[in-house]
Every structure is written in C-alpha cells, then in structure tokens.
Design a protein around this ligand. Structure first.
Ligand SMILES: C[S@@+](CC[C@H](N)C(=O)[O-])C[C@H]1O[C@@H](n2cnc3c(N)ncnc32)[C@H](O)[C@@H]1O
Length: 221
C-alpha cells in the first residue's frame, strides 16, 4: 500500500463527519455551482451509467441523480465517507464500492460517464487512475474532472495562495482536528489535459470557472 494512499485514507476517514460542513463553509457554497456547471458542460442523458469516483459523501452523484440518471455507482477509498454517502442519500439507491481509482473492480466498458470532484489531487498514481478510467468507459464515454487550479491573474493568484496556505489549513485543523486536512491542496499544478491524452483519450476539453479558481476537464474516449 503506498504511503500517500494510507495518509489520504486516514485523513478522510478522520474528517468524514465534518467534511460536508467544511466543504460548503470554506467554499462559501460555491462548490454546489461548480458541480452543477461541470455536469452541464458534460451533458448527461437519462440513460447514462455513471461511476462517481472519489465520491465522498455523494454530492456529485446527487447532482446527477436530480437529472433523472438512475444507474449510479459511487466509489471511494474511505469507508467513512461511503457510510455518510449512504446515510445522506439512501434514496439515490447508488451502489457504493470501496476501492481506489488506481484499481477499478469493473469490467471494461461498464460506464458511459465517470465523474471526479476534488479527488484527483489526492490520487497516489494519476496516470494509472486515468488508464483505469479509459478501460472501464464505453467507447465515446466521458470522464469529467473538477479540480482546483492556480488562477492566471497575479493578484487573484496571490490572494488564492494566501487563502490556501494560511486560512484553509487553520480552519480545517480547528474544525476537523486533523493536522493534515486541507494543507496539501495547492502543492503542485497538475496538467490534467496532458495526463488524459497520455492515457489514450482522444478529445480533451478544459474550462476554467470562477476566475480560474477551479477547472473542469472533460475527456472523451
Ligand atoms: C475532497 S473529497 C471529494 C468528495 C466529493 N467528490 C465531493 O465533491 O465532495 C476527496 C475524496 O477522494 C477520496 N480519495 C482520495 N484518494 C482516492 C483514491 N486514490 N481512490 C479513490 N478515492 C480517493 C477521499 O477518500 C475523499 O472522499
């Protein structure tokens, strides 16, 4: 088991109960809009078969369910996050699976869509995860990733850096009691477009949201 995997699993198991509060509070609720926008940009049909990876407590799966999609699988490495998903959204009737993105226990071509909101940065091997995505997607299937990024505007970038380095970890530590919560979010830029291309995706589309604070990347198989 990789060291990063153990650390991430321990951290999310520890903060799971406080996760929703922290998430919505620290993003001032804008995270709801980001998920909705990512889903609108992807374009879901009602007969989609969705794998929501790093599903956490299920907010992305819930947003897709509201569109009328019925076949939803939520997967995450944290059992505590999956339990809360069940408690919150039992009525979604989503199958919940404890697994890592780097090893997906599904047959090739099982899904039309994969979504990951704020999960990729935590993966211990992103190229391996994206190659798993490619395998479990059907032809023309889409992987949609929502992730933080560094804004290009220097003023916004320095405010953003200050927030991520000085405010977020302190609030995260006070509320969750975890020293490592929210300390790692901006440790490096990740070129998602390049990584998707290297994993064999032909068409990759990227859009910045909210002054480039977050990015949506949609990769088509
Ligand atoms: C910041 S939360 C995001 C949860 C949810 N997608 C949301 O939008 O609120 C990140 C999630 O990724 C999960 N995770 C981290 N590394 C993972 C991996 N390698 N495979 C699967 N899940 C992972 C964590 O357990 C956690 O639930």
């Amino acid at each position: 088991m990789s060291e990063k995997k153990k650390q991430v699993q321990t951290m999310f198991d520890a903060i799971a109960v406080k996760y929703d509060f922290l998430n919505h509070f620290l993003s001032a609720g804008v995270d709801y809009y980001w998920r909705k926008k990512a889903i609108a940009l992807t374009g879901f049909s009602k007969d989609a078969e969705l794998l929501d990876l790093a599903c956490g407590t299920g907010d992305f799966a819930y947003t897709v369910k509201k569109l009328g999609v019925t076949k939803i699988v939520g997967a995450d490495l944290s059992m505590q996050m999956l339990k809360l998903f069940g408690a919150k959204f039992d009525w979604i009737k989503a199958q919940r699976v404890q697994t890592v993105a780097e090893w997906l226990p599904f047959l090739p071509g099982s899904f039309t869509n994969i979504t990951v909101a704020f999960g990729v940065r935590n993966f211990y091997d992103i190229p391996k995860a994206f190659s798993e995505f490619h395998s479990v997607l059907k032809p023309n299937g889409k992987a949609t990733v929502l992730e933080f990024c560094m804004p290009k505007n220097p003023l916004i970038a320095s405010l953003y850096r200050f927030y991520f380095k000085n405010i977020l970890p302190v609030v995260g530590r006070i509320v969750s009691g975890s020293n490592s919560a929210y300390t790692y979010l901006l440790d490096k830029e990740i070129d998602l477009v390049k990584l998707f291309r290297e994993a064999g995706f032909q068409e990759v589309y990227r859009k910045n949201l909210t002054f480039g604070l977050v990015q949506v990347v949609i990769a088509k198989k």
